[in-house]
Design a protein. Structure first.
Length: 145
């Protein structure tokens, strides 16, 4: 099998028809080998709860969205086994929020991905650690690029 030369474009095309990310409004901002950035425009009417802050489930969905992209960036199809989010500050204003990830462990059957969620000013919203199960490899995506 021939290896993909433009990995970011290939992964973006993989996610073109992803209903969850498209319907939810999650954007893939950047893809590097072993790292990715996704974002979401958070608006009060759609994402805030009755206490006037963004619902934690919305933030969890955003945090989870970066994981498949990060795994694919090194040629792996992954599924979340365990996620730990340490919320540092609430999201109480509208705007674009980002999650940046990087792989800290890449084994034969598991992968650990560390991420940080932050606002447009770079303020940390939460830190995230995920253990991923490697389902299979994308043979066409190189492990290093």
């Amino acid at each position: 099998m021939e290896l993909v030369k433009d990995v970011p474009s290939y992964i973006l095309k993989m996610y073109e028809g992803n209903y969850f990310m498209n319907d939810f409004g999650i954007n893939i901002e950047n893809i590097r080998c072993g790292s990715a950035v996704v974002s979401l425009d958070i608006v009060k009417e759609k994402h805030f709860n009755h206490r006037g802050v963004c619902h934690g489930g919305v933030l969890t969905a955003l945090a989870d969205a970066v994981l498949g992209v990060t795994g694919a960036s090194v040629g792996e199809m992954v599924a979340t086994m365990c996620e730990n989010m340490n919320f540092i500050r609430p999201v109480s204003k509208e705007g674009r929020y980002y999650v940046k990830s990087h792989i800290t462990h890449h084994g034969k059957t598991t992968m650990v991905i560390a991420s940080r969620m932050y606002d447009e000013d770079g303020n940390t919203i939460c830190t995230i650690s995920d253990t991923m199960y490697i389902i299979k490899s994308f043979e066409e995506i190189p492990r290093q690029w």
